[in-house]
Ligand binder design. Structure first.
Ligand SMILES: CC(C)(COP(=O)(O)OP(=O)(O)OC[C@H]1O[C@@H](n2cnc3c(N)ncnc32)[C@H](O)[C@@H]1OP(=O)(O)O)[C@@H](O)C(=O)NCCC(=O)NCCS
Length: 208
């Protein structure tokens, strides 16, 4: 009788009563949280989201794209338009989106979710300060765009950002569509658009 344990071949005599030695790292791994996991956020994640947001924005500009109440609202109304990246159970990066039904984003888009619309408005992308400049922002954005491309009816993603982040979004495949009508305490923004590839309609050739 033989058993294969973590790549090693053990011979187990029929009279052997003690269990076969199991690689202890395998046993440990079974009891730990996944090293890396992407999933939709829920209202239970709102505090972790807001902690990252607060550090990223309030400490810099005194303003935050979403208040805690707005985070709770969007994660309650449209959790399917959010994505969190967790490492060993800790949130390291996230995106929160909501539905929008007009050509351009306006002030009311900042607090509204329009169900069954063809545009996803990305309110916020943020990476935990300990994890920035490691490619995580680009990776979660790419995964999010792939994911929403698979959602039936969604055709494009819109967001606003400050000038210094325009190159980051251009590199991700967004196009600049001009200055945004939205202002927040004297801050001005550029509006960016990403055309979703509509993979929901060609599933045979996609990962959807
Ligand atoms: C912006 C942010 C999401 C980028 O995520 P990240 O994981 O640090 O970025 P990546 O490592 O994937 O990519 C790095 C690129 O982003 C750009 N970038 C990141 N932060 C930047 C900043 N503050 N100013 C200018 N460019 C910046 C750089 O151009 C860099 O490009 P390079 O590799 O050619 O130098 C992250 O820095 C963050 O959370 N910032 C605070 C919150 C924020 O501003 N969010 C965006 C608006 S909602």
């Amino acid at each position: 009788m033989t058993q294969q344990v973590s790549g090693l071949l053990f011979f187990k005599p029929f009279f052997q009563k003690t269990p076969v030695r199991v690689d202890s790292s395998l046993q440990q791994r079974r009891h730990t949280l996944p090293a890396s996991e992407f999933r939709n956020l829920t209202p239970q994640d709102a505090i972790s989201v807001f902690e990252i947001e607060r550090e990223a924005f309030i400490s810099v500009s005194g303003e935050c794209p979403l208040t805690l109440d707005e985070v709770l609202n969007f994660l309650g109304q449209c959790p399917e338009l959010s994505l969190g990246w967790f490492e060993e159970g800790q949130l390291v990066a996230f995106i929160i989106g909501s539905g929008w039904d007009k050509e351009r984003l306006s002030q009311e888009a900042m607090t509204q979710h329009v169900p069954d619309s063809s545009t996803v408005h990305i309110h916020v992308l943020s990476v935990h300060r300990h994890c920035r400049q490691q490619g995580k922002g680009s990776i979660i954005l790419w995964r999010y765009l792939q994911y929403v491309s698979c959602m039936p009816g969604l055709r494009r993603a819109l967001l606003i950002c400050e000038d210094f982040l325009v190159p980051f979004y251009l590199k991700a495949g967004f196009k600049e569509i001009g200055p945004s009508a939205i202002t927040v305490s004297n801050m001005h923004f550029q509006e960016m658009e990403y055309t979703l590839s509509g993979q929901a309609y060609s599933r045979r050739n996609s990962d959807c």
